[in-house]
Design a binder for this molecule. Structure first.
Ligand code: NAD
Length: 314
């Protein structure tokens, strides 16, 4: 099959390209390289079934494909808050453009939504029927509301134009090829630990997060895309293992053998206090459960960052 992966040069997107090619498909990667990099897909450039194109999803794209994975969007607060108007455009205009393309060519289309649609949740853990608690005018709104509006568009295209849609609500995902300077917990802590710098914890570190290793996430993507047409989601994808931010820092210090100390700084606005997916639906519908333990996944991610930092002279 011919796949389009928007955001295919990003962290998750590049792993998805790897997987689709390994499964024998043709892959067209469309990316504007805002947060992604050619380095993430360099190993694929000679592959006969792979094509990379520079394209911004806020503009229409006319290509012939059978299936679309729409991942284009900066995912970390430092990046999506850098140009919040562009972030909303990427989510909303991007969704309109990929949905328009899907309609024209009759393609099935997958949306990388996010746990951030739940905002600062009042229900814990979050099930798919929870409508969320989002500040519509806060600093995170460009991302949260953009992704919420994208979901609306997916479901309206489904109702109005009978499109085959798959909406995944992705919870924190980590692994090799994460951006080293994106301020996300895992990459931040690993880079600080490897450099023996103090590890910055926002707040007292008691806020919880769940972390899913990227290979598990890709497996869920592929399974969801292959479900029968009536399965639309939204469906939570993540690892329900819950850790405090402080625990994560301590595991990373241990696994890297670092001499870093933990330092505490004020919590940013609208930072969620807890985040844990209820994945009962994914387990049932996709027959899927994350397989990689946090320690195992962190060890692989640390190995990646060690190589990356040594190539860049520490
Ligand atoms: N990583 C996570 O924990 C997580 C959690 C929830 C949702 N998601 C979603 O998954 C998707 C992939 O996230 P990621 O972690 O790989 O982030 P990433 O920043 O590594 O990847 C996003 C990719 O989209 C590209 N992009 C951004 N704006 C674009 C535009 N206007 N046109 C074309 N390309 C554009 C970037 O250059 C990058 O390659 C995103 O949609 C994100 O919102 C990720």
């Amino acid at each position: 099959m011919r796949y389009l992966v928007t955001g295919g040069a990003g962290f998750i997107g590049s792993h998805l390209c790897d997987r689709l090619l390994a499964d024998g498909h043709e892959v067209l990667c469309a990316d504007n390289y805002f947060t992604g990099s050619r380095q993430n897909i360099r190993h694929l450039l000679g592959h006969p079934d792979f094509e990379a194109m520079r394209h911004d999803v806020t503009f229409p794209l006319y290509v012939e494909v059978d299936r679309i994975f729409n991942l284009a969007c900066p995912a970390s607060p430092v990046h999506y808050q850098n140009d919040p108007v562009q972030t909303t455009k990427t989510s909303v205009h991007g969704a309109i453009n990929v949905l328009g393309l899907a309609k024209r060519v009759g393609a099935r289309v997958f949306q990388a939504s996010t746990s951030e649609v739940y905002g600062d949740p009042l229900v814990h853990p979050q099930t798919e029927d929870y409508w969320g608690n989002v500040n519509p005018i806060g600093l995170r709104a460009c991302y949260d509301e953009g992704k919420r509006c994208a979901e609306t568009l997916f479901f309206d295209y489904r109702r109005q134009h009978r499109l085959e849609i798959k909406v995944a609500r992705i919870f924190n995902t980590y692994g090799p090829r994460m951006h080293p300077n994106d301020g996300r917990v895992v990459s931040n802590f690993i880079v600080q630990a490897l450099n023996n710098q103090p590890i910055t914890i926002y707040g007292d570190g008691s806020q919880t997060r769940s972390f899913c290793y990227v290979d598990d996430m890709i497996e869920a993507f592929v399974r969801l895309m292959d479900t029968p047409a009536e399965v639309t989601g939204p469906i939570n994808l993540g690892n329900p293992g819950e850790y405090t931010i402080r625990e994560i820092a301590e595991i990373i210090v241990e696994e890297t053998g670092s001499s870093s100390e933990l330092v505490f700084q004020p919590l940013p606005a609208d930072d969620p206090k807890c985040r844990k997916p209820d994945i009962a639906q994914a387990e049932d519908v996709l027959d899927w459960h994350p397989a990689v333990t946090l320690r195992e996944g962190l060890a692989r991610t640390i190995a990646y960052f060690e190589t990356l930092l040594s190539n860049h002279g520490g």
